[in-house]
Design a protein around this ligand. Structure first.
Ligand code: SF4
Ligand code: SF4
Length: 561
């Protein structure tokens, strides 16, 4: 492999790689604003200037190909003084409004001003002023004063979203970003420009002024907005999820996520209408009860039906652990084979970048872990017909508001003698239920989901709940230990009395006289790994931060978009 020397260190590279690419591959970051590894090279910010032996002038590392035997200095006196000059130039007209800028704390300009700036300004003239608070589209706000004209946002729209919507106008120090005439920044991926804008010129209208970024805890998770399963960070303050940001995973979503996933999939977690404890129906009204009381009542109701009168509906929104526990409960404790789940497909949602028509995160996982009718059992259609005909009298449904927008199902479910559901929020379905158990959202539990191409990925709790055993649930232990007391005190009053669906099922099984021996989510996972061949040999450690591809050898109908 060819090699070159960077700051005294020998570096291997592949033919065709630029100096900045080869350095990054070897864990060395050369300062940059306009360069982004997923975008074309524009070479306009000049902050990556490096000195190369035998070259008469400094070169930009983002556009100079590495060559065998080359000797490069990124921190020589010449390189540092050039970077210093570039920083002085970038800051001449900058408003220096970090105290009120959303980007502060994650701003490249701020970071480089500390590490490479002169520390003072020699510019005494009036700064140029540009438009501030310009809504470029429904979700992105532009502050012209802060823009350093790196063109990342323009290139993102042109090259990744494939919807040219932004451009530069004017010249020199008056140059600024605008949308093309008659257009706005409204492509389905528009908010990614707020992540890649290296300064606070482009900010999220959904998140602006909600928190300083250093106040947010970040938990690695997966978007639940469709079956792509984009990797994300759940960003939380005071026990409320305040924003989702994409997390790089080259196998799934590269650096990106869609706007729908970013703004529409977390608000229900903070919503006022969360189911805040177990509820049971008394005299026609749902009333709050204790856990033991609800388990005992639900168990005695379930025992009054024969196994063939009871059906189960799993959920493509619930984790593999939740769905698996449901299948165990249905088959081993109730003894019914009537079990299925509903797929939710929106043929207008998918595209060629990330979004998939299957708008649920785990339909493939639900199917793999066995939420399918047993031999001779009823599928979803059969269950609905069975309820209509009066053969199915009791229904157990987890984490899916099937009634919303479905008048026919509303009428069908109203015929049930017993309807038990687990739900994160009160909704049309809970209105019909006799028992409502409060389910943790994907941001409040450990678990796994399987994306449309069979990649198993981890969810981790980011929001505190009264699910006390959760502190034991695997990966978040160190975080809970570290922040335990402080976290509890500021989460106090905001915590919901909810449980992971699998844990609710463990409680109900106990009330029915059967012990499901799961204490933490990973124990459910181990059971799946023992009994479901696609999961064989896996554990949470092996799934890791970026997921693991499953060997799909079953009769799975692949869920495609
Ligand atoms: S708005 Fe941000 S990303 Fe776009 S050119 Fe200006 S600094 Fe670069
Ligand atoms: S593409 Fe799907 S998984 Fe990715 S962010 Fe959008 S909704 Fe979420």
């Amino acid at each position: 492999m060819p090699k070159f020397v960077l700051d005294g260190k020998e570096i291997e590279f592949e033919q065709g790689q630029t100096i900045i690419q080869a350095a990054k591959k070897n864990g060395i970051t050369i300062p940059h604003f306009c360069w982004h590894e997923s975008l074309s090279v524009s070479g306009n910010c000049r902050v990556c200037l490096v000195e190369i032996e035998k070259m008469p002038k400094l070169s930009i590392a983002c556009a100079t190909l590495a060559a065998d035997g080359m000797v490069v200095y990124s921190a020589s006196d010449k390189a540092l003084s050039a970077r210093n000059a570039v920083m002085e130039f970038e800051l001449i007209n900058h408003p220096l409004d970090c105290p009120i800028c959303d980007e502060a704390g994650e701003c490249k300009l701020q970071d480089y001003a500390y590490s490479h700036g002169a520390g003072e300004s020699r510019f005494n003239e009036e700064k140029t002023h540009k438009d501030k608070r310009v809504p470029l589209g429904p979700l992105v706000m532009f502050d012209g004063d802060r823009c350093i004209s790196c063109s990342r946002c323009i290139r993102f729209c042109d090259e990744i979203a494939k919807e040219p919507q932004l451009t530069f106008v004017k010249r020199g120090d008056r140059v600024t970003i605008v949308t093309y005439p008659g257009k706005q920044l409204d492509n389905p991926y528009s908010m990614n420009v707020t992540d890649i804008c290296p300064v606070g010129a482009l900010t999220s209208r959904d998140f602006r002024f909600k928190a300083r970024v250093w106040e947010l805890s970040k938990t690695k998770s997966v978007c639940n907005g469709c079956s792509r399963g984009c990797n994300i960070n759940l960003e939380v303050r005071n026990n409320k999820v305040l924003r989702l940001t994409p997390r790089q995973n080259d196998e799934v979503n590269s650096f990106w996520m869609c706007d729908h996933g970013r703004v529409n999939t977390y608000k229900f977690i903070n919503d006022e209408n969360r189911v805040d404890g177990p509820y049971l129906r008394r005299g026609g009204t749902l009333v709050r009860s204790g856990w033991d009381e609800a388990f005992a009542a639900a168990s005695s109701e379930l025992k009054s039906y024969s196994k063939n009168e009871i059906a189960f509906i799993g959920s493509p929104y619930a984790t593999c652990e939740d769905n698996y526990a449901l299948t165990k409960f249905a088959s081993s404790i109730i003894g019914t084979k009537h079990i299925d789940f509903m797929r939710h497909v929106d043929q207008t949602f998918g595209d060629n970048l990330l979004r998939k028509d299957d708008i649920t995160p785990n339909s493939l996982g639900a199917e793999i872990v066995g939420v399918v009718p047993g031999k001779g059992g009823l599928n979803l259609e059969g269950i609905i017909k069975g309820i209509k005909d009066g053969n199915i009298k009791a229904l157990y449904l987890i984490e899916d508001d099937l009634v919303e927008g479905n008048h026919e199902l509303q009428e069908v479910f109203a015929k049930l003698d017993l309807f038990i559901t687990h739900s994160t929020n009160f909704n049309k379905t809970t209105e019909l239920a006799d028992f409502v158990f409060p389910a943790s959202t994907y941001a409040e539990k450990n678990g796994t989901i399987v994306n449309f191409e069979g990649r198993l990925q981890r969810l981790r709790p980011a929001v505190a709940t009264f699910d006390v055993d959760r502190a034991l649930e695997g990966m978040s232990l160190s975080r809970w230990d570290k922040f335990g007391t402080k976290f509890d005190s500021w989460a106090e009053g905001n915590k919901h009395d909810v449980r992971s669906t699998w844990r609710i099922i463990v409680g109900l099984s106990g009330a029915m006289g059967h012990k499901l021996k799961y204490g933490v989510a990973e124990e459910v996972f181990w059971d799946i790994a023992k009994n479901v061949s696609s999961f064989s040999g896996l554990d949470y450690g092996k799934v890791g931060e970026l997921g693991a591809k499953l060997k799909l050898e079953l009769n799975t109908k692949t869920v495609t978009a």
